[in-house]
Design a protein around this ligand. Structure first.
Ligand SMILES: C[S@@+](CC[C@H](N)C(=O)[O-])C[C@H]1O[C@@H](n2cnc3c(N)ncnc32)[C@H](O)[C@@H]1O
Length: 181
C-alpha cells in the first residue's frame, strides 16, 4: 500500500504556516466513489475539500474524464456539502487548464496520469503561477527502494533545476521553493 500520510502531513503542516486563504490546484480528481479504492488513489480531493471547508480558500480539481468529474463532485458534495462554493471540479486536460489559470497557486498537487511527460508539462504550465511560498506535491514518485518511478522521473530534475527543493519524500515528493520565508 503506498504510504502517503507522511508527505500529506508535511504538506498540511506547511499550509498551516502560510498566509490564508489558499488557492489549491489538483490534477486528477477522485475517480471512484467506493471506499475500497480510496487508499490506492489517496482520495486527495476529499482532503483538500476538507481543508477549504475548515479554513476557507479555493480548491480546483481538474480531470479529463467526465465520469471522474461527476463521481468526485458527488463524493465531495456528500461529505462536505457546505464547502462546495469553494470547490471547483472541472473537466479539462490538465495542461490546458493550468496554462489558462489566471491566479497565483499556493498549493499544487500533481496526480493525473502515470505519464512522466504529462506531469512535466503540468509543472511547466503551472510554474508561472507559483510563487516562493508555494508548495508542490507529486504522487507516485518513489517505490520502496527509492528509485524514481512513474510521475516523478522528469518533473523532479526539472523542479530541482528551477529553484525547487525536495522538502520531504516517501511514496510522494513534496517541494518548496529555495527562497521560501
Ligand atoms: C490517480 S487518479 C487521481 C486520484 C485523485 N487525486 C485521488 O487522490 O483520489 C488520476 C486521474 O487523472 C486523470 N487524468 C489523466 N490524464 C489527464 C489529463 N491529461 N488531464 C487531466 N486529468 C487527467 C484520470 O482521468 C484520472 O481520473
Amino acid at each position: 500500500m503506498p504510504l502517503r500520510s507522511p508527505t500529506f502531513n508535511a504538506l498540511f503542516s506547511l499550509m498551516s504556516e502560510m498566509q490564508s486563504p489558499l488557492t489549491i490546484v489538483e490534477t486528477g480528481t477522485i475517480r471512484n466513489h467506493l471506499e475500497k479504492y480510496a487508499f490506492g488513489d489517496g482520495h486527495s480531493t476529499l482532503q483538500f475539500t476538507k481543508y477549504v471547508s475548515d479554513f476557507g480558500g479555493e480548491f480546483y480539481s481538474v480531470d479529463i474524464d467526465p465520469i471522474a468529474v461527476v463521481v468526485s463532485t458527488m463524493v465531495c458534495t456528500r461529505e462536505y456539502p457546505s464547502a462546495m462554493d469553494k470547490v471547483n471540479i472541472i473537466e479539462s486536460d490538465s495542461v490546458a487548464f493550468l496554462k489558462s489559470f489566471d491566479k497565483p497557486i499556493d498549493v499544487l498537487y500533481l496526480d493525473s496520469a502515470n505519464d512522466a511527460e504529462l506531469i512535466l508539462n503540468e509543472a511547466k504550465a503551472a510554474l508561472g503561477h507559483l510563487h516562493s511560498e508555494s508548495c508542490i506535491l507529486i504522487d507516485d514518485c518513489f517505490n520502496e527502494n527509492h528509485y524514481h518511478v512513474e510521475k516523478g522521473s522528469l518533473v523532479i530534475p526539472f523542479l530541482e533545476e528551477n529553484g525547487w527543493v525536495m522538502e520531504a519524500n516517501e511514496y510522494q515528493a513534496l517541494f518548496i521553493h529555495k527562497d521560501r520565508f
